[in-house]
Design a protein around this ligand. Structure first.
Ligand code: HEC
Length: 497
């Protein structure tokens, strides 16, 4: 059998808000907190050691204050944003989630087991830490930290696979996908970031502690700053990471895409400021750092995380799983088929308020927009298509959309018929004219013929990617197709025939 039609999910409309911003916003906070939880474990272990070897007088007091803060912030907010991520992703990118679960079922199971262990160990420490002997406390903290770090280890394989699936694309094996080229650099980078965040948070907490004189606090801060030392590895890890990612993504980060380059600069700049401050003020001069400065450094770390996550998500475009699944939930294999049979012909979901559209062509256009474009664009809000195409003549719209992957390399190829494309153009033009109350459906045979010609010229693949697809890869896609049609119980990758 050939390639199937995609499985259709209901697509929610977030109004003027870009969907990527919803996921991105939640993701940034979640990643920041999750990394804080890991680094927090490490710093707790360090201070526990300082406490029971008698190296630092106020270490015990610090442990109690810090742990409350860690539990409150990272457990409560971390769990809430984690649930929020799933809640948003399942609406915005259900097929990507489906593929991630399908390919990495047991890896998720392992990851959640470690997460459960982390929560149990953390809770036990919270509840019984005060009653335990030093040795037991240390063991509990070590379990907590190892579990937290291993949950990063497992999730990191899945996230890095999305950008660099590498050998998995050809052999489909779980471990080829998991231990992909960006796995190690991103794991190490995130580990260092975790320590950094935990250390800066410690400086904030130490400032809020009562009943300690400044000298004690200074000692604690200098100890906490030791966890900033691994930051010296960051430049090397950053270069390693850049080398591991695909050449086109790399070129966007390094100037090719102004937005992405800006976020790289934000991330690098913020990290540099933290690093310089750490070296000069904390390690070398052994200065005291007050609450405001500590909070500012934390904010910088959040900015660095935000930049980094934006870059990681952005550089994957137009894919959510590189070489496999486009962000609009269409696979590379499906493009050809959808161009022949239409992208929304089999889409069972009605338009919201369908009566507001004046004719069937506008309704078709709106559905094509919803299916193929709405994951990255809004109609007239953020990254709005009416603004982007507002000044273009009709034929310009037709051509630039037919050659979408050339118009901007971070867009997938158009995956529908010429009639659908014309309907989309009419729909956008109608929206751009603020939905006038009369609108004739276009019936322009020359326009359709031109669109067909442009679609053929553009081809169904991204620039330079036609040849990437090997014999084995197509064979695998074929095998996957027939495998899935027999798996009735797993709908997200399913076949319609
Ligand atoms: C993977 C995400 C993604 C998808 C899917 C996507 N786009 Fe885009 N598109 C972008 C990004 C990012 C830009 C750049 C916006 C900018 O430059 O400000 C863009 C820009 C554009 C532009 C402006 C190009 C220019 O040269 O100024 C048009 C027109 C456009 N998209 C149309 C579409 C249409 C129509 C669809 C659906 C058939 C679509 N896009 C699907 C991400 C996407």
């Amino acid at each position: 059998m050939g390639v199937d039609l995609p499985y259709y999910y209901p697509i929610n409309d977030f109004g003027p808000v870009m969907k990527g911003m919803v996921i991105g916003g939640l993701g940034i906070v979640h990643v920041f907190l999750a990394q804080f939880a890991i680094g927090g474990g490490a710093i707790m272990c360090y201070f526990q050691w300082l406490a029971h070897t008698g190296r630092c007088a106020a270490a015990q007091q610090f442990l109690d204050s810090y742990f409350k803060f860690l539990v409150l912030i990272s457990f409560v907010l971390g769990a809430l944003t984690g649930v929020g991520m799933w809640f948003a992703a399942i609406q915005i990118s259900p097929r990507t989630i489906g593929l991630m679960v399908h390919e990495f079922h047991w890896v998720w199971a392992i990851e959640w087991t470690f997460f459960a262990l982390e929560v149990v160990a953390g809770y036990m420490f919270y509840r019984y830490g005060g009653l335990l002997l030093n040795r037991r406390r240390m063991q509990l903290l070590l379990i907590y930290t190892a579990a937290a770090w291993f949950s990063l280890f497992w999730i990191n394989g899945i996230l890095s696979w999305q950008l660099t699936p590498g050998a998995w694309t050809a052999d489909g094996k779980v471990w080829s996908g998991f231990f992909n080229t960006s796995f190690w650099p991103s794991l190490f980078y995130r580990s260092v970031t975790s320590l950094t965040i935990a250390s800066l948070a410690a400086c904030v907490v130490i400032n809020t502690m009562t009943g300690l004189d400044v000298e004690r606090k200074r000692q604690l801060i200098n100890r906490a700053a030791h966890l900033l030392a691994p930051m010296v590895l960051m430049p090397a890890l950053g270069v390693w990471y850049l080398q591991a990612i695909p050449a086109d993504s790399r070129s966007w980060l390094l100037g090719g895409s102004p937005a992405m380059t800006m976020f790289v600069a934000l991330s690098v700049g913020a990290s540099l400021l933290i690093g310089l401050y750490a070296i000069v003020a904390l390690v070398w001069q052994r200065l005291y750092i007050n609450g405001a400065t500590a909070a500012l450094l934390c904010a910088l770390a959040l900015a660095a995380t935000a930049g980094g996550e934006f870059v990681r998500e952005g550089s994957r475009k137009p894919y959510t799983v590189r070489q496999t699944l486009y962000a609009n939930s269409i696979t590379r294999e499906e493009v050809v088929r959808l161009r022949a049979v239409g992208s929304v012909t089999a889409d069972p979901y009605p338009l919201r308020n369908a009566g507001a559209y004046l004719n069937d062509q506008l309704r078709l256009g709106a559905r094509v927009y919803r299916f193929q474009c709405s994951v990255c664009h809004t109609v007239s809000g953020a990254n709005g298509l009416t603004h982007l195409t507002g000044s273009w003549a009709l034929d310009q719209k037709r051509m630039n959309i037919a050659k979408l992957q050339f118009t901007k390399p971070f867009m997938p190829p158009f995956a529908g018929t010429a009639e659908e494309l014309e309907a989309l153009v009419q729909y956008l033009t109608w929206e751009n004219a603020s939905r006038p109350s009369t609108w004739e459906a276009s019936n322009d045979r020359t326009a359709i013929a031109n669109i067909e010609k442009w679609l053929i010229e553009a081809g169904p693949e991204r620039v330079g990617e036609g040849e990437v697809r090997s014999e084995r890869e197509s064979a695998r896609a074929e095998a996957r197709g027939s495998l899935e049609s027999s798996e009735v119980s797993f709908p997200s990758m399913g076949a319609d025939e």
